[in-house]
Ligand binder design. Structure first.
Ligand code: FES
Length: 141
């Protein structure tokens, strides 16, 4: 019998919003996939194109960045800059024949624990539906 596909997902979460929202989701005992590795960053502006591409190259099936609501970034426009980086990575993946939906950007506040869980569930389902990353398949061969 074939093993069920459990996606490996990386979430870069700003400490001021998404990381705190993840904590809140945990306190509220909301369910979200356990296979999402949450990496705290001081601002999503610190997430660079290379971090997103390297995560995919290293075998992640999906990667998302979760930052403060637009207009609420503690460093003014880190989240806006990173939205553009995410769009660039999507375009690059597409040119490489990899589904651009494997990378995403979300915005939320620290009070949005339920939204954090919803994003994690939605993105997890999206990646599960897409199946393993072509790069992970290549590495396993
Ligand atoms: Fe949260 Fe910049 S401080 S995205």
């Amino acid at each position: 019998m074939e093993e069920a596909f459990e996606p490996q997902i990386i979430a870069f979460c700003c400490k001021y919003c998404a990381y705190a929202a993840a904590d809140l989701a945990g306190s509220m005992r909301l369910n979200y996939p356990t296979n999402i590795k949450i990496l705290q960053v001081p601002c999503t502006g610190r997430v660079d194109i290379i971090h997103l591409l390297r995560a995919i190259e290293d075998g992640a099936d999906g990667v998302y960045v979760a930052g403060c609501l637009e207009g609420d970034c503690h460093f003014v426009c880190g989240n806006l800059k990173t939205r553009r980086k995410v769009e660039y990575v999507k375009k690059t993946l597409s040119e490489l024949g990899i589904e651009p939906e494997r990378v995403e950007m979300y915005n939320l506040s620290s009070a949005m624990g339920p939204r954090f869980a919803e994003i994690a569930n939605e993105f997890g389902k999206r990646i599960k539906d897409l199946g393993p990353s072509p790069l992970r398949i290549k590495q396993a061969a």
